[in-house]
Write a protein that binds this ligand. Structure first.
Ligand code: PGA
Length: 267
């Protein structure tokens, strides 16, 4: 049974002084059975958020991790440094791909480092507008390539044990107020699951499409979440802008709770 996950990506917002209070407010307003909650603040706010949600059933995630274990990389953070601070990590976010020129190959290395460090990865993939406008099949082919390039160099067993989560985030929908349709997101999830099954079919304990949670991301709000969670192929959301607003998070997680209940996850 796949979990329902609502992950908040705070991007370059909050600071060590105010992050704890925001995390605490969100945690207390989103206590809903059957929903896995994750907050991903900036690195410098990880400790404050960890302390603020201690004792709550809320996981803390980092927004990125370096592709090497250690070395002369000024300003970067290695996966092992997150021990005690975070248990999840986002890799391959489109803003990293865009502003830091991260390639699929680099994202694959980051995934490896995350798995080694015992972090649960959220692998982000998604097409830009030009590709979407070329048609659903073109978009699916590109996104499937992003997923496979990232997972193939990793062990199927390692990926499965890490609890890999995939977030489908169309680049044109991120921070724009536009979003994919629930049906498009579900179609993408089917294509990703099929590709994972084709890739790891030979390995006994490898990653399976059926057991891999797939989230939707891109301008998710309390008002837009419904159409995604109504799709059986979609298992939650990676939320950016709205994750900084307790009212929005309360609405999103409440809606996720309905899906969790319907799917028999609410205990
Ligand atoms: P958004 O961001 O919800 O602000 O569109 C989503 C994301 O980048 O993960």
């Amino acid at each position: 049974m796949r979990p329902i996950v609502i992950a908040g990506n705070w991007k370059m917002h909050t600071n060590p002084t105010d992050a704890g209070e925001l995390a605490h407010t969100i945690a207390s307003r989103t206590k809903v059975a059957g929903v896995t909650r994750v907050l991903c603040p900036p690195f410098v706010c990880l400790a404050a958020v960890r302390d603020a949600v201690a004792g709550e059933d809320v996981a803390v995630g980092a927004q990125d991790v370096h592709h090497e274990r250690v070395g002369a990389y000024t300003g970067d953070i290695a996966a092992s440094m997150l021990a005690g601070l975070a248990t999840w990590v986002i890799v391959g976010h489109s803003e990293r791909r865009r502003w830091h020129h991260e390639t699929n190959e680099l994202v694959s290395e980051k995934l490896k480092r995350a798995i080694e460090a015992g972090l649960r990865p959220i692998l982000c993939v998604g097409e830009d507008l030009e590709v979407r406008e070329a048609g659903a099949h073109v978009a699916e082919a590109l996104v499937v390539d992003q997923v496979l390039d990232a997972v193939r160099p990793n062990s199927g067993t390692g990926l499965a044990e890490s609890g890999l989560v995939v977030a489908y985030e169309p680049v044109w929908a991120i921070g724009t107020g536009r979003h994919a349709s629930g049906a498009d997101a579900a179609g993408m999830a089917v294509a990703i699951r099929q590709a994972l099954d084709d890739t790891f079919a030979g390995s006994v304990a490898g990653l399976r499409g059926e057991t891999t949670p797939i989230l939707y991301g891109g301008s998710v709000t309390a008002a837009s979440i419904d159409q995604f969670l109504a799709e059986p192929e979609i298992d939650g959301a990676l939320v950016g802008g709205a994750s900084l607003k307790p009212d929005e998070m309360a609405g999103i997680v409440a809606r996720a709770g309905i899906t969790a209940h319907a799917r028999g996850l609410a205990g």
